[in-house]
Design a protein around this ligand. Structure first.
Ligand SMILES: Cc1ncc(C[n+]2csc(CCOP(=O)(O)OP(=O)(O)O)c2C)c(N)n1
Ligand SMILES: [Mg+2]
Length: 280
């Protein structure tokens, strides 16, 4: 996986976006907006950064991933399917009764999900426990988590942030998906978490700010995180909610609604055109 190019990653991200649209369209529900905003981060983690093997999803020494903003499950499922954890065709079963792909990730159903999530705020605490466990057992695996900017309005996030710094969890990386939108408005309108970098720095974290859709910046930040000793790293990623589908970009109403047949066609055609352009 090491040799994978940025161009290849961009193509994969486009396929991941198509999987998000496929899943939410077939489910007639789900969360496309916050899934599309973390597509590049997830693609980089699963295709280049993390020590994982889709054929051995429970290997002890694997790096761990926690989708703390669990409602973005369509993105996680799509990246996992594209990485070979399960068939891409299965994305169409999103949210169906008896599907392994429930509305929020469940470790009881889908191999490769390291922890169930969806109740905002809890994921980062679980990630802290995993990172501490890695250190105590000398396992040397790393732990990655993604939080939403609305999610960090949850008090539990800051208890975990305090704990991670106190325990010097330098094997923990928390991305904050700063798309500026929450469930029904901007994050400022609901309960402003700003300034985000200063808050994590005050809690004792190494803080890096990036464009969350830029693979070079994601790579540089993750390399800096690996080189940082004695502190956890927070990567504050500026992103666009709904990224990659013109009519979904920066629109709060695409937080938790699915495309209808007409919107599905438009979205898929846009993404296919982009993929063709990259392949051409
Ligand atoms: C504890 C808890 N409270 C409320 C919710 C309902 N909820 C689901 S998504 C969401 C908004 C989250 O905003 P953000 O973290 O910014 O998500 P994103 O923009 O990345 O989709 C809320 C309030 C929840 N899942 N968990
Ligand atoms: Mg948000």
């Amino acid at each position: 996986m090491d040799a994978i190019s940025k161009k290849e990653l961009a193509k994969i991200a486009c396929n991941v976006r198509m999987g998000i649209i496929e899943g939410t369209f077939n489910a007639k529900s789900g969360h496309p907006g916050g899934s599309l905003s973390i597509t590049e981060i997830l693609t980089y983690l699963y295709f280049k950064e993390m020590n994982i093997n889709p054929e051995k999803p429970t290997a002890c020494n694997r790096d761990r991933f926690v989708l703390s903003k669990g409602h973005a499950a369509p993105a996680l499922y799509s990246v996992m399917a594209n990485r070979g954890f399960f068939p891409v065709e299965e994305l169409k079963t999103l949210r169906k009764v008896d599907s392994r792909l429930q509305g929020h990730p469940s470790m009881n159903y889908l191999p490769g999900i390291d922890i169930s999530s969806g109740s905002l705020g809890q994921g980062i605490s679980a990630a802290c426990g995993m990172a501490l466990g890695s250190k105590l057992k000398g396992d040397a695996f790393r732990v990655y988590t993604i939080l939403g900017d609305g999610e960090i309005e949850e008090g539990q996030v800051w208890e975990a942030a305090m704990y991670a710094a106190a325990k010097k969890l330098d094997n923990l990386v928390a991305f904050v998906d700063n798309n500026n939108l929450q469930i029904d408005g901007t994050v400022e309108e609901v309960n402003s978490p700003y300034p985000i970098p200063e808050k994590f720095a005050a809690f004792g974290w190494n803080v890096i700010e990036i464009d969350g859709h830029n693979f070079d910046e994601i790579e540089a930040a993750l390399n800096e995180a690996k080189a940082t000793k004695g502190k956890p790293t927070a990567i504050i990623a500026t992103t666009t909610k709904g990224k990659g589908v013109s009519f979904m970009e920066n629109q709060v109403n695409w937080h938790g609604s699915a495309p209808n047949a007409e919107q599905y066609e438009i979205a898929m055609n846009e993404l296919k055109a982009l993929l063709n352009e990259m392949e051409g």
